[in-house]
Design a protein around this ligand. Sequence first.
Ligand SMILES: CC(=O)N[C@H]1[C@@H](OP(=O)(O)OP(=O)(O)OC[C@H]2O[C@@H](n3ccc(=O)[nH]c3=O)[C@H](O)[C@@H]2O)O[C@H](CO)[C@@H](O)[C@@H]1O
Ligand SMILES: C=C(OP(=O)(O)O)C(=O)O
Length: 427
Amino acid sequence: MDRIIIRGGRRLEGKVCISGAKNAALTLLPCALLTDEPLTLRNLPRLADVDSFGHLLNQLGVSTTVEGSKPEEFGRVMTLRAATISSTVAPYDIVRKMRASILVLGPLMARAGEATVSLPGGCAIGNRPIDLHLKALEALGAHIELAAGYVKATAPKGGLTGGHISFPVVSVGATENALMAAVLAKGATVIENAAREPEITDLAKCLIAMGARIEGLRTDTLTIQGVEELHGATYSVMPDRIEAGSYACAAAITGGSLELVGARKETMPSILTGLQDAGLIVEDVAGGIKVSADGRLRPLSISTAPYPAFPTDMQAQFMAMLSLADGTSLLTETIFENRYMHVPELARMGADIEVRGRSAVVRGVEKLIGAPVMATDLRASMSLVLAGLAAEGETQVSRVYHLDRGYERLEEKLQAVGADIERASDG
Ligand SMILES: CC(=O)N[C@H]1[C@@H](OP(=O)(O)OP(=O)(O)OC[C@H]2O[C@@H](n3ccc(=O)[nH]c3=O)[C@H](O)[C@@H]2O)O[C@H](CO)[C@@H](O)[C@@H]1O
Ligand SMILES: C=C(OP(=O)(O)O)C(=O)O
């Protein structure tokens, strides 16, 4: 298994190219199931999850071809074509490894009228139920059965019909599944209390490019007028706001200055406000954003919540950064009940953090010290890399496969801006 080895203490300076967003890519890929014509996705990040999703789609009968696989090229182009759907089953083995697999449910129902998808179950960051995904499909006429760990959904004879969906809590995944199911349903669908994450807008824009009729983009009410069929399209995946935020934290924690090339300011309001409140200088530059440290970091009080509030996917990275702030910060996690797996590992590097239920009290320390650490999820692993960049001495982060799910060419991007970081393989 690979490890990342970091010798910390170097100030980072320069430009980092921001890749296509994982969480957008993973909801754009299943759109290929909605048409028998080719869907070409540009700016796809080179990530383990994107490859796994491609394999899942192959099993369902989708052909995939990839261009731009040369190591020096960023942003792959994948053309997907679901001329026919040969299987409507997403098996446990794949869904277990990649939770986004659940996003084939809506499109399979829309196109094939049936889907059998493994229940995802819990994962390291907490319980991740799918009851809202299922209720949304039921509102469109689907019949749902649960048996042997699988959801079996079937549409009535004439297919799904438009309906009224009102989510009791904001769910990104359930909004995505509902949207992808509704675009081919007969008649109109209204989704209330829809998630407003930029990745949802990216999905809606791609569906519109494929011929869907959707109104209310960027708002919490989406109105969809079902169409007979969708056609092929070419669509470019939005830049990854969480990757951009993570590199901004790298600039902050090393007292450095990084230009985040391609980052879109309008997709990361609360992240940028958090950085500014922590004392960083955030500037618009041509084609991106520049984030620079300006003295000691200030403590913050932050609560995660659905967009446009502070994202749960940035909580761990901010915690690493705030562990070196000049004072005590309070972080509250409202989305996932167990997203503090990085706390004991950061503590092994000298951070002073106390978890009290859903909150974490982070008392800033003068310095962190390198140590061997490991994490059980993606953003927790990134928080340890950030801590390692600032720490005195050597940090070894194991279980690198978590990072490979969400950060394209992490070591390469960090080396280019001055980090002493490498990947070691134990064979
Ligand atoms: C609102 C939010 O921040 N969502 C995050 C969530 O998306 P993801 O789509 O995985 O999760 P949801 O947005 O669906 O979950 C939001 C909340 O709703 C609850 N829920 C969800 C579905 C359901 O059927 N029933 C139910 O009760 C969840 O337990 C959670 O507390 O994790 C992703 C990966 O970290 C993040 O990129 C998303 O930003
Ligand atoms: C937890 C994450 O992703 P996933 O929902 O794919 O597990 C994430 O992007 O931080």
